[in-house]
Design a protein around this ligand. Structure first.
Ligand code: FAD
Length: 602
């Protein structure tokens, strides 16, 4: 009788965990569950197996079946490949969590730090088709029955985070909320490993030694050493608003707007301008857990309607909270909503978020940034650290394309492939060369130019990208930053570069090299990435979300990083085991500014 009761308690707790919505509830029920089950294993795969073994009701079994089929992919090598690898992920946004899942599936010890205490973002993401397969295979439908049920595939950010967090925990990852990553701390001696400073300083994470650091902290990437390329255009003001969805029959009848852009329906916007003095470039409306609206608004009309108090040149000053009249902004948005939904959405009650704030915001997207490189390897005192960026930290999306989550997940899978190579002890330059080869493809990906069968996608990039050019030469020497004179000697034919990744901690002489950023190299390639982005954004075909991008304000100008010094060039064929090293003379790169064609409205 007691055994039956305790079984019930455990399974009830697991169902409570499966149904939990916010981060504190998810983590606390999971903690209780693990305690109750007495699972102590620090090995990710063993943890998952033990959990599975103790929860065998039909509802659990159907979840395990799904997750097993993912976990059994060959690439994960039964979770043995990364058994000795310790990963720290900064940020529990959708992409940080997605990366954590992959690292855990490879068998790594995974710790995620998240500065927020809970998941609060109601904004809704439109998902590319492959993401539906991906998220379903990770249990999305089991944790959230309404996952992508409407005619347009979308999900709120906080719901997506909740789904991915559950999967990450089940696969053995650990999350610490209310912990802000500050910076990395180099090993002090051969006995030390890589650590980090966090706030609060006394948090146990500050004692965690890791070999892989993943920056998934969103567009304000905090990891140094990654040069950013900025794409700057004419002023672009976005507005988001989330209204309460009461779930009434009237609300159910309101039609969603997958995306209307001025270019494709000028009458729609001209009439709005005539009737209400509101100038918009585009608008999207998704009916999800909230009624979510997002639009690009003209500055003049915001000023005229009093939503912006004063006209300032710098976007940061123009859109500073002190310059926004929130009640006027709400009137502005309310007029838009009534017009766009033809008056069918009647009860407009703004959702209230943390600190009792109504969920309405104006934001600037005049510029977007991307990292020039996706990964680095730093070696100090015999310990190597693989540092990688994913998601918005790596490649900030231009929101009207609705590409953020898709490219973010691709980057998470790519990062996992790199972690795998690192754990397999491949030579640093080979790892970095391969990573850069793949990263080169990311900004050009679309729903159409990936492999057609998403069910076959794995962390192996060749299962997803169509045109991997293995032979392409990449310059990656400067991405391997080492204090080991043996590794640092990149003279022609040096055999030492194939040195092991595993921290052998043998005595080495430090050259005293610092953890510094490498700046402004490979301008030519950076430019071609940007041109590809701009061309793609100017495309007038494609889905409604892509059509919104037709009015891309970023297609008018761009800036590329200045200065830069090349110490040497290392050519790495990504599928080659052998490196061809060419040393070159120092090259000073002059600043360049290449104008892109300005897009005309007509
Ligand atoms: P984020 O979601 O930004 O998560 C970063 C996390 O890191 C946050 O939780 C943050 O609290 C945490 N963090 C930051 N710094 C630290 C630190 N120092 N220590 C610890 N934690 C830290 N994408 C789509 O796919 N479809 C869409 O329809 C779409 N629409 C969009 C509409 C708008 C208006 C905008 C602005 C974006 C849109 N996007 C869309 C893009 C999408 O929101 C992002 O690409 C996605 O959220 C990126 O996820 P991420 O995990 O990389 O970063």
């Amino acid at each position: 009788e007691n055994a039956r009761k305790s079984k019930e308690t455990v399974e009830d707790l697991f169902f409570k965990f499966m149904d939990a919505q916010d981060c504190p509830e998810i983590t606390s029920t999971f903690r209780q569950l693990v305690k109750l089950l007495g699972i102590k294993s620090e090995n990710a795969r063993e943890f998952y197996s033990l959990l599975k073994g103790k929860l065998q009701s039909w509802r659990c079994k159907s979840l395990w079946e799904l997750l097993d089929s993912r976990a059994n992919q060959n690439e994960y090598g039964k979770g043995k490949i990364c058994e000795d690898t310790h990963v720290l992920v900064i940020g529990a946004g959708p992409i940080g969590l997605r990366t954590a899942i992959e690292a855990a599936l490879l068998g790594a010890h995974v710790v995620i730090v998240e500065k927020r205490e809970s998941f609060v973002r109601n904004n809704v993401l439109h998902l590319w088709p492959f993401l539906l397969t991906d998220f379903r295979s990770l249990g999305a439908k089991k944790f959230y029955g309404k996952f992508c049920c409407s005619s347009i595939d979308h999900i709120s950010i906080r719901r997506l985070q909740a789904v991915l967090l559950k999967t990450a925990l089940i696969f053995g990852a650990k999350l610490y909320t209310g912990v802000t990553f500050d910076h990395v701390i180099e090993p002090n001696s051969l006995e030390d490993g890589w650590k980090c400073k966090v706030s609060p300083a006394s948090h146990p994470v500050s004692q965690y030694e890791f070999d892989v650091l993943i920056g998934a902290d969103g567009k304000k990437n905090v990891i140094p050493g990654f040069q950013q390329i900025e794409m700057r255009g004419t002023l672009a003001i976005g507005i988001t608003a989330n209204f309460v969805n009461h779930g009434t029959e009237e609300e159910a009848k309101v039609e969603e707007i997958s995306g209307i852009a001025y270019q494709f329906n000028p009458q729609f916007f001209d009439q709005l301008s005539e009737q209400k003095g509101i100038k918009l470039e585009n608008i999207v409306y998704y009916k999800d857990e909230t009624h979510y609206f997002v639009m690009t608004a003209g500055k003049a009309s915001l000023l005229k309607r009093g939503a912006l108090k004063q006209d300032f040149g710098p976007p940061a000053k123009l859109l500073a909270p002190s310059n926004i009249d929130h009640s006027k902004l709400l009137e502005y948005v309310t007029d838009v909503v009534k017009y766009a939904t033809k008056g069918t959405l009647i009860s407009l009650e703004l959702k209230i978020v943390g600190n009792n704030q109504p969920d309405i915001a104006a934001f600037d997207f005049t510029s977007i940034k991307k990292a020039e490189h996706a990964a680095r390897i730093i070696e100090r005192k015999g310990s190597k650290l693989l540092v990688g960026l994913v998601g918005d930290s790596l490649l900030e999306p231009f929101w009207p394309t609705g590409s953020g989550c898709a490219r973010g997940v691709l980057s998470a899978l790519d990062a996992a492939w790199t972690i795998r190579s690192f754990a397999q002890d491949k030579p640093p330059l080979q790892i970095l060369g391969e990573r850069e080869n793949i990263y080169r493809l990311l900004s050009g990906t679309s729903a159409e130019n990936l492999h057609k069968d998403p069910a076959k996608y794995t962390i192996n990039p060749s299962t997803r990208y169509l045109h991997i050019t293995h032979k392409r030469i990449r310059e990656v020497y400067h991405l391997f930053d080492t204090d080991d004179p043996v590794n640092a000697d990149f003279s022609i034919g040096s055999p030492q570069i194939a040195v092991s990744n595993k921290a052998s901690r043998r005595k080495r002489i430090s050259t005293g090299a610092k953890f510094t950023s490498t700046k402004g190299r490979k301008r030519g390639r950076a430019s071609s990435h940007l041109a590809a982005d701009a061309n793609r954004l100017r495309s007038t075909s494609g889905s409604s979300m892509e059509n919104l991008a037709a009015h891309n304000p970023l297609s008018s100008t761009r800036s590329v990083p200045l200065d830069g010094r090349m110490r040497a060039r290392t050519s790495v064929g990504s599928d080659d085991e052998v490196f061809q090293i060419k040393t070159t003379r120092r090259v000073r790169i002059n600043p360049v500014a290449i104008p892109l064609t300005r897009r005309s409205r007509s």
